[in-house]
Design a protein around this ligand. Sequence first.
Ligand code: PEP
Length: 255
Amino acid sequence: MRGYLVAGNWKMNGSIAANTTLVSGIIAGSPANESVELLVCPPFPYLAAVSCSLSDSQVRLGAQSISEHESGAFTGETAGSMLREMGCEYAIVGHSERRALMGETSEIVAAKFQAALAAGLKPILCVGETLEQRAAGQTEAVIDEQLNTVLDATGIDAFDSAVVAYEPVWAIGTGETASPEQAQDVHRHIRAVLADRNEDVAGKVRILYGGSVKGDNAAGLFSNPDIDGGLIGGASLKFEDFLAIADAAAAVQQG
Ligand code: PEP
């Protein structure tokens, strides 16, 4: 059975003081239900300190990106082995901000996905369409290209330890959320694309929804059969907001 994963992507936010309040609040208020996994992804400079703060807790640590290279002359980049040393268990790859702002193509995302696996990290592969693409009826075609480029490079077995996050670009940071039906439709499609390669693996992959998830809309999204948690941006920056989403996941899990 797939447990829920509630992952916080802090993006380029935080400070030593703010992180201390955020992390201690999350640890203190985490739902007792262990089938809900909580994950925080701070900016790189804070990984070591947050890793120490999390050491006696069940809350996991992840990176917001990863270099596709192992080591060498790549100024400003961070290798998977370094992220592992910092205590990371997960790495986000293919976030729409990186695709749009840093020019990350699906091929680069596939290389990053492979680099994460090679370093022993679980990749969280983000996919999602823009508003224009949705309006043009291209949602599934966009998802297929983003997903199949990775699948072709890695094979389906690589998804055994991977997570997929469906993040419609038009819902990220906009306050506009996909309806539970819209999200479930795309999640079902993502699972079907994976199942075309291997049904068993597809049944085990957690597919998160991301895009303006809040405490008051989380349960409606998470109650759907193919939605296994959330990738949370804005609402991951205050422990009360993040915990409200974690609590919603725990409540849905308990039935
Ligand atoms: C994100 O950036 O991954 C995200 C989902 O952001 P927000 O929750 O703020 O929409």
